[in-house]
Every structure is written in structure tokens, then in C-alpha cells.
Design a protein around this ligand. Structure first.
Ligand code: ATP
Length: 226
């Protein structure tokens, strides 16, 4: 994977959410940390084109997030802070199949892919369940399955362990550890990201630290200290 920001920044009205920055991300597991409102989600949304840069360019494997938006979104899966907002169809199996059906793939291909992803996450028993009945952890895994079934190269997760109990948190943590895809994780859960390949810290819209999780977490503790 090759994510490049070239003097790319984002403003909403006169509010600067992400100041223009230039960087290249090629590591497989990247963490994004920082205080509330520091620009993490905006930065992540710029990667799949959900937020267009107001200055500069963002490219993913050479594709521009604005000019090649559709191709970019097929390469970058995004799992939102509240996975319940992501599940569209009531029955989980149908929801997981949706992303493939919109690509007009043959039914047998869709069915095989859905069964494979359910098995990969060990959630076959949830396939016929209604999404609104699922627990937070089950829903988090279901949202991951719905995104990964379309085989994106990069997966972005916005606070994947937020509001999860210890058991569900461990389940999601293990799942993340075993993913083959490149992952970018926004998290306030520092234990989750401590063995990642690289960490970025945002502060007041600026990329304020970039290095190993150990180095960046130390910077974060400094700015978070009262
Ligand atoms: N759609 C929007 N319209 C206006 N302002 C926005 C919008 N999205 C984000 N902002 C502002 O941009 C800044 C950065 O927000 P962002 O959601 O990127 O922060 P964050 O670091 O992800 O925060 P948190 O940890 O609380 O989720 C904030 O001041 C926020 O109010």
C-alpha cells in the first residue's frame, strides 16, 4: 500500500480540521492517536475520499482520491465509529452480501465469498441474525466482515474498541492482529496499538508526532498531561 499526502489539508468553513501535510504511508499497521477534535477522523476520511482535500492531493497507490474516487473507495474499506450505522440490511448474511451484489457478481460467487468471510471471523452462527439484536462486539466483527468481503487492500477502523467490554475488546484486538490487509486504526486505546509498525499523533489539526508507537505515545502523554 502507498498512501501519499501532498500538501493535503482540510477545512470546514473557516475551521482548519487538518493543516496541509506531506507524508507517505507504506507500513502495514498504522495507528492514529490524539486528543478529541484533533483531526484524526478527518485525516482518515481524506484517505478514502469521504473528505476531499481543500488544499493539495491525496493518492492511494497512485490513484487520486478525488479524480479516481470510486476506485479508491474499492481499495480502502472504512469501518465507522458506530458500526450499527454501517449495517444496512436487517439480516447479517444479506448485509455482508450487499457490497458484492452491487458489483453484479454471479450469485454463486457471492454466496461462496460470504460463507468464507463468515468462517474467517468465526461468526457463521450470526449469519441469520438481525443486526440490531447483535452485541457491540458481534456488530464490530460483522462490520469488519461486511467491509473485508469486498477485498479492500486497506482497512481503516475508527475507534474499533470504543464501548466494548474486555472480552469483545480482546476479540476485536485478536482479529486485527490476524488481518492480512493493511490497517489504519484510530484509537484512544493505547494498549491496542503499542505493537503497530508506525504511529501518527494529531494535535490541533497538525501532525504533531510520527514514529514508533512507543515514541509517539510518549509525546501524547506530554500533551495530554494537565
Ligand atoms: N463535517 C464537519 N463540519 C465542520 N467541522 C467539522 C466537521 N468534521 C470535523 N469538524 C471539526 O474538525 C475538527 C477535527 O475533527 P475530527 O472529527 O477530525 O477530530 P477527531 O480527532 O477525530 O476527534 P474525536 O477523537 O473526538 O473523534 C473538530 O474541530 C471538528 O469540530
Amino acid at each position: 500500500m502507498d498512501i501519499r499526502f501532498e500538501q493535503a489539508g482540510a477545512t470546514f468553513g473557516d475551521r482548519v480540521a487538518v493543516e496541509p501535510l506531506t507524508l507517505s504511508l507504506t507500513e502495514r499497521r498504522i495507528a492514529i492517536i490524539g486528543l478529541n477534535g484533533s483531526g484524526k477522523t478527518t485525516f482518515a476520511r481524506m484517505i478514502n475520499g469521504l473528505v476531499r482535500p481543500t488544499t493539495g492531493h491525496v493518492t492511494i497507490n497512485g490513484l487520486d482520491t478525488v479524480g479516481d474516487g470510486e476506485d479508491v473507495r474499492s481499495q480502502v474499506g472504512f469501518i465507522f465509529q458506530n458500526p450499527q450505522n454501517q449495517i444496512i440490511l436487517p439480516i447479517l448474511r444479506e448485509d455482508i452480501a450487499l457490497g458484492l451484489k452491487t458489483r453484479r457478481l454471479p450469485v454463486a460467487v457471492v454466496d461462496d465469498a460470504v460463507e468464507a468471510i463468515l468462517a474467517r471471523f468465526g461468526i457463521e452462527h450470526l449469519a441469520a441474525r438481525r443486526a440490531h439484536e447483535l452485541s457491540g462486539g458481534e456488530l464490530q466483527l460483522a462490520a469488519l466482515a461486511s467491509v473485508l468481503v469486498t477485498e479492500p487492500e486497506i482497512v481503516i477502523l475508527d475507534e474499533p474498541t470504543n464501548q466494548l467490554d474486555l472480552r469483545n475488546r480482546a476479540q476485536v484486538e485478536t482479529t486485527l492482529r490476524l488481518l492480512d490487509e493493511s490497517v489504519l486504526v484510530i484509537s484512544h486505546d493505547l494498549a491496542l496499538i503499542e505493537d503497530f509498525d508506525r504511529a501518527l499523533m494529531f494535535h490541533e489539526g497538525r501532525l504533531a508526532a510520527d514514529g514508533t508507537p512507543c515514541e509517539v505515545i510518549a509525546e501524547y502523554r506530554k500533551i495530554a498531561a494537565p
